[in-house]
Write a protein that binds this ligand. Structure first.
Ligand code: 5GP
Ligand code: MG
Ligand code: MG
Length: 180
C-alpha cells in the first residue's frame, strides 16, 4: 500500500465488483441506444476504461474537461471548459461517466450544456457519490458507492495531481496535508 494512505475504503476488488454490477445494468439500459459515453477528464478515465470494457454494446467514447475557474484570489464557483468534446451530441443518448459527484456543480454544468446542444437524453454514472456535499440538484442515475464526506484519493481521484494511479480508493494521512 502507498505510504501516504491512512486507510483503504474500496479495494481494487470492491471497485471491480461495483463496475461489474453497473456494466450489467448499463448494458440492458443502453443495448439499442448506441450511446455516446462522455468521460470527464481526468478523474473519470480509470473508471471509464474499466466500465466500457464490460459493457457489451455499441457505444462511442468522448472526453471533456471542465474545472473550477479561479478569478484572482477567490474561487468564483464558475466552471470553465478546458477541453471540449469532439462529437456532435445532437439526438444522441449521452452517458456521462464521472469519478465522484460532490457538490454537483460539474454535473449540473455538463447536463445543461449537453441538453442545450440537443442531446436526446443525458444520464450519469459515477463511481462515487457524496450526497452530503450536494449544493446542486442533479441526478446520479447510476453509481458504485455512496461515500462519506471525506476527501478521497485513488482510482482517478487526485491530491495535487498525484495518487490517481492507485488501484483503490482511500483516505490520505493528515501528515500529507500538513507538509504543504
Ligand atoms: P463537484 O463538486 O462539482 O460535484 O465535484 C467536482 C470535482 O471535485 C470532482 O470531479 C472531483 O474531481 C473533485 N472532488 C470532489 N470530491 C473529491 C474527493 O473526495 N477527492 C478528490 N480527490 N476530488 C474530489
Ligand atoms: Mg470528476
Ligand atoms: Mg481534482
Amino acid at each position: 500500500m502507498n505510504n501516504d494512505i491512512e486507510k483503504v475504503l474500496y479495494s481494487a476488488d470492491d471497485i471491480q465488483a461495483a463496475i461489474d454490477r453497473l456494466a450489467k445494468q448499463l448494458t440492458v439500459e443502453y443495448r439499442d441506444k448506441k450511446p455516446l459515453i462522455v468521460s470527464v477528464l481526468s478523474g473519470a478515465v480509470l473508471f471509464t476504461v474499466d466500465l466500457i470494457k464490460k459493457m457489451d454494446i455499441m457505444a462511442q467514447i468522448d472526453f471533456i474537461d471542465v474545472s473550477t475557474y479561479f478569478g484572482g484570489t477567490a474561487t468564483t464557483g464558475q466552471l470553465k471548459l478546458i477541453h471540449d468534446m469532439t462529437a456532435d451530441v445532437k439526438g444522441r443518448n449521452v452517458l456521462i461517466t464521472e469519478d465522484i459527484v460532490d457538490s454537483g456543480r460539474t454535473l449540473d454544468y455538463l447536463v445543461k450544456l449537453l441538453k442545450k446542444r440537443g442531446a436526446k437524453s443525458v444520464k450519469t454514472v459515477s463511481l462515487l457519490n457524496k450526497p452530503e456535499g450536494r449544493e446542486f440538484d442533479v441526478n446520479v442515475e447510476y453509481y458504485g458507492f455512496k461515500v462519506p464526506n471525506e476527501f478521497l484519493v485513488g482510482y482517478g481521484l487526485d491530491y495535487k495531481g498525484y495518487y490517481r494511479n492507485l488501484p483503490y480508493v482511500g483516505v490520505l494521512k493528515l501528515s500529507v496535508y500538513s507538509e504543504d
